[in-house]
Write a protein that binds this ligand. Structure first.
Ligand SMILES: C[S@@+](CC[C@H](N)C(=O)[O-])C[C@H]1O[C@@H](n2cnc3c(N)ncnc32)[C@H](O)[C@@H]1O
Length: 391
């Protein structure tokens, strides 16, 4: 698949044009007057009177029909992609880690494209039909801009279904190993680009793991929903002992390897349901100086928000009760449908019911390699709060 030579025209409504004007890169099916046919790819977008608005990725099967790439008439070829990706990489040049996100799709002006770096390798996701159509140019752009030893396409994200695209994991250059050792602010871990969750690690929490490491108490720490020990490894550098809990045996096995990589012997790994374990810890009146709660997204849709909030409240309430005096809780939600306001209200509610007084030390989002566009709410999903018990 390569870039089409002639860029086909698409005419959009005034409402569609206004969205771009307001800084949102998407135009929906209902705002298209004149569709360019069934083939996805790059199209030239105009308003009814013929004024050029820009060039966009076109997805004929998706409700999101157009994703703005540029307002200019320039050629969008492999060099264009290389230049954009290189400039995104330059903005991250000072990140003290060897695993981080290089391109965060809409947040970096490259809609539906994810590019993550894991040491010498790149794991990418092409999440729209328009982008898939220009796959060769995008891959050539990644290669030129980042010169990786290997590129893996983790195109198994469910969002590709809305685009009529297959779910697949394919090597696009060289071979990317099952695990890749990387470093994150002095902590080493094995990412799992082929079979791990997301593209191999939860890169969005990188800065929050450092923040929590700086607030870790000297006593016991609890990392619930630990995955491969991501927070636990940072906690273990300051705490006497850490209990790291997850429901995935595979992730925990890698967690043990990660502890060994760092010479850490003070982490206990437990395969359990975090809800059950919290109940048990509360019953046994166990306490911790530091607690981390990083659950999966409980709200997958708008309709499921009330139920999700009840789940968040349950784990937060119990976690608050397990905090020792002056204990610190880092808690988050990666549900896009749960707003920052709703999340903080839920926490206030849980704090009242727990009978604890909690200082709000920080409210955070994803790391700066996952930039959020303030006028594009869809680019923000992760919110976290750092709390300290003061009773
Ligand atoms: C958002 S991820 C955690 C990411 C991790 N904290 C990090 O920074 O890499 C959520 C994790 O929760 C685990 N999980 C899902 N449901 C669970 C449950 N009921 N009890 C324990 N772990 C669960 C998943 O296996 C996954 O590793």
């Amino acid at each position: 698949m390569t870039t089409t030579t002639a860029v086909r025209p698409v005419v959009v409504s005034a409402k569609g044009a206004a969205r771009w004007q307001a800084g949102h890169p998407w135009i929906y099916r209902t705002d298209i007057y004149d569709e360019p046919g069934d083939a996805p790819g790059i199209v030239a977008v105009t308003e009814r009177r013929g004024r050029h608005l820009g060039q966009a990725l076109y997805s004929p099967k998706s409700e999101i029909r157009l994703r703005l790439l540029t307002r200019e008439r320039e050629a969008i070829d492999a060099s264009w992609w290389a230049e954009r990706i290189a400039s995104s990489a330059t903005r991250r040049a000072d990140i003290p880690a060897t695993a981080y996100r290089v391109v965060h799709a809409e947040g970096d002006g490259l809609p539906s494209l994810i590019v993550d770096r894991y040491g010498p390798y790149v794991v990418a996701q092409l999440l729209s039909a328009g982008l898939e159509q220009v796959r060769d140019d995008v891959l050539a752009g990644i290669d030129t801009a980042l010169a990786p030893e290997g590129i893996l396409l983790r195109n198994d994200s469910a969002v590709r279904r809305h685009e009529g695209l297959p779910l697949e994991v394919v090597a696009a250059k060289g071979s990317v190993p099952d695990t890749v050792p990387v470093e994150e602010h002095g902590v080493r871990y094995l990412a799992a680009p082929r079979a791990g969750q997301k593209t191999g690690a939860f890169l969005d929490q990188r800065e929050n793991r450092v923040l929590v490491g700086q607030h870790t108490g000297a006593g016991r720490a609890l990392d619930l929903f630990t995955y491969h020990g991501s927070f636990a490894l940072h906690l273990a550098r300051g705490a006497a002992e850490v209990l790291a809990v997850d429901s995935s045996a595979d992730a925990l096995a890698r967690g043990r390897d990660n502890a060994a990589l760092n010479g850490l012997t003070n982490i206990a790994w437990r395969e359990a349901n975090a809800f059950d374990l919290l109940r048990e810890l509360e019953r046994r009146e166990e306490t911790f100086d530091t607690v981390v709660l990083d659950p999966p997204a409980f709200a997958k849709s708008k309709q499921s928000v009330p139920r999700a909030l009840a789940g968040y409240k349950e784990i937060n309430l119990r976690a608050m009760r397990t905090l020792s005096p002056s204990g610190v809780l880092f808690t988050c939600s990666c549900s896009y449908h749960v707003s920052r306001t709703a999340f903080l209200e839920m926490l206030a509610d849980a704090a009242r019911d727990s009978g604890r007084r909690l200082q709000l030390l920080a409210v955070v989002g994803a790391g700066r390699d996952h930039p959020e566009l303030i006028n594009v709410p869809e680019t923000g999903y992760l919110k976290g709060a750092l709390l300290r018990a003061v009773d």
